[in-house]
Design a protein around this ligand. Structure first.
Ligand SMILES: Cc1cc2nc3c(=O)[nH]c(=O)nc-3n(C[C@H](O)[C@H](O)[C@H](O)COP(=O)(O)OP(=O)(O)OC[C@H]3O[C@@H](n4cnc5c(N)ncnc54)[C@H](O)[C@@H]3O)c2cc1C
Length: 483
């Protein structure tokens, strides 16, 4: 039997849930179709021995009063419903080789600290922050709505800009301290991406007090309370199209859903695989299928022994070489480590999470294997990777390994298995400053009632995905989505 809605949203990851909440708030009856048992996509959680781990949302920025992520939460109507823990004091510990830097949030604090570390570079630091602040401050709801973005910032390389500001290699490296959060690449990352993400985390940084599930639960409840539905184990396999209109979408179990409009939150290449409509011309398909994806990730989820490892609210960016750019050190150099607030027990950390960039090539040969049946060789490969990380951590925290109760790992294959994202990519399609417009994808498609959203459209992460969700939904409801 066909089920009819105002809008059907394919995928219930961050973007699908945000769009669902926004449209429900505007009075639409929405239906989310998610292929997995659980919602959340890249931000789903899993539980082992009573510990719930977050997979792809650890922290995010711009949550202070009047800052953009906070404003977006208000527009979505969830500002009062999400419980955040904001980082105070030192928010980031950056270790590059054996040098350690303590980085606070707040632009003024950040500037002061950088000048303390590099007194001779005071002028460079000021020039750098002036530009970063101006790009970041330009990112307002009003400007987004009007489509105001400075083309030069999109078409300038982050590294080019940093190099033009200072010759000091240590400072150059420190300025990209959190580039793993945007898969930083000297060759492709734009100044815009660098400035918006760095600016966002410097303005303020937070995590969910009770972990990501508390957030996805809020979004799901908002949808359900407004008579929407969020259905799991519903893999969309086909979009039925008549001329330039989608009439329904069909799931692998044969169920069919009709709606006035359809939003796909999938990676654009997966959306294309759902329809052979002539409206999506071969040149469009070829362009999208030819775009590169960001690297994947290797994660280590560690349950610590009772009262063995101190909780630290700061996020650690650890580099054991001066090759600090994500693309330079895939799987070998830097990683991020933190003790989630949701695992805090008194002064101790219940668990630790580690994220390191990882190339899909390393596991590509296992692409067609089933996760439970992967070989002993794969298990050993993951163990070796984890041990390598533990060894580096032991230089900072002696005997770290002895404090571990149990640990679990994931690779790009895991993300590919769970979310379907090609190559288990962490952040989806790469936006190169050299080919910015070729790698841009519109939220509109040539199929009149098919819209796109998700991390590959503009940019990734809580902020990027929230912004794109606003833009996608504004097309369906009119500009008043911003009211
Ligand atoms: C390891 C890691 C760490 C990260 N850390 C952070 C962080 O600290 N801060 C931050 O801001 N961002 C972080 N990110 C990025 C952030 O998690 C993503 O940008 C965001 O979650 C992507 O959301 P999405 O909705 O675009 O995609 P997805 O989460 O991939 O959602 C797509 C959904 O569609 C479903 N689906 C796929 N095919 C079908 C189908 N045929 N039918 C139905 N459903 C389907 C998938 O199962 C999935 O649920 C991290 C990402 C990773 C991988």
């Amino acid at each position: 039997m066909k089920k009819t809605f105002d809008t059907v949203i394919i995928g219930a990851g961050l973007s699908g849930l945000l769009c669902g909440t926004l449209l429900s708030k505007k009075g639409q009856r929405v239906c989310l179709l998610e292929k997995n048992n659980n919602i959340g996509g890249a931000i789903q959680t899993f539980t082992r021995k009573g510990v719930t781990f977050d997979t792809g949302m650890h922290f995010f920025g711009s949550v202070g009063k009047g800052q953009i992520q906070r404003e977006i939460f208000k527009i979505i109507g969830i500002d009062e419903k999400v419980d955040l823990i904001e980082k105070k004091g030192t928010a980031f510990n950056v270790i590059i080789n054996d040098k350690e830097y303590e980085i606070p949030t707040g632009f003024d604090n950040f500037q002061k600290k950088l000048v303390e570390y590099f007194p001779k570079e005071k002028h460079s630091v000021e020039l750098y922050l002036k530009r970063i602040k101006s790009i970041y401050n330009n990112l307002t709801i009003e400007n987004l709505y009007k489509g105001i973005v400075n083309k030069t910032d999109l078409e300038t390389g982050a590294f080019e800009f940093i190099k033009s500001i200072t010759d000091n290699i240590d400072l150059q490296n420190l300025l990209v301290f959190n580039n793993s959060l945007y898969a930083g690449d000297k060759e492709t990352t734009s100044l815009y991406m660098h400035a918006v993400i760095t600016g966002s985390y410097i303005s303020s940084t937070a995590e969910f007090k009770e972990g990501t599930k508390s957030f996805t639960d809020v979004l799901k409840n908002e949808i359900i309370q407004r008579s929407g539905v969020v259905l799991t184990t519903k893999e969309v396999v086909r979009l039925e199209t008549v001329k330039d209109i989608i009439t329904s979408c069909i799931c692998s179990d044969g169920s069919e859903y009709t709606a006035e409009n359809f939003i796909s939150s999938l990676h654009p290449s997966l959306t294309l695989s759902l329809t052979d409509s002539n409206c999506l011309k071969s040149i469009y398909r070829k362009r999208i299928l030819g775009l590169n994806n960001s690297a994947g990730s290797f994660l280590v989820y560690i349950i610590m022994k009772d009262s063995a490892f101190k909780y630290n609210s700061s996020i650690f960016f650890i580099n054991n070489s001066d090759k600090v750019w994500s693309s330079e050190n895939k799987g070998k150099g830097s990683f991020t480590m933190y003790t989630p607030y949701s695992g805090k027990s008194g002064e101790y950390a219940g668990f630790v999470e580690i994220v390191r960039s990882m190339d899909y090539e390393e596991v590509k040969n296992l692409k067609n294997t089933r996760s439970k049946l992967r070989s002993e060789e794969y298990k050993q490969f993951k163990k070796d990777k984890a041990e390598d990380i533990f060894e580096i951590i032991s230089k900072i925290y002696p005997n770290f390994k002895d404090k571990i109760e149990e640990y679990y790992t994931s690779t790009p294959l895991t993300y590919n298995d769970y979310t379907g994202i090609p190559e288990g990519s962490m952040y989806g399609i790469v936006k190169s400053y050299k080919t910015f417009f070729e790698s841009s994808i519109s939220v509109r498609t040539k199929i009149k009632n098919l819209f796109l959203t998700g991390q590959s459209i503009n940019f990734h992460g809580m902020l990027g995905v929230s912004i794109t969700s606003l833009l996608t939904c504004s097309l369906l409801t009119g500009a008043e989505i911003y009211d």
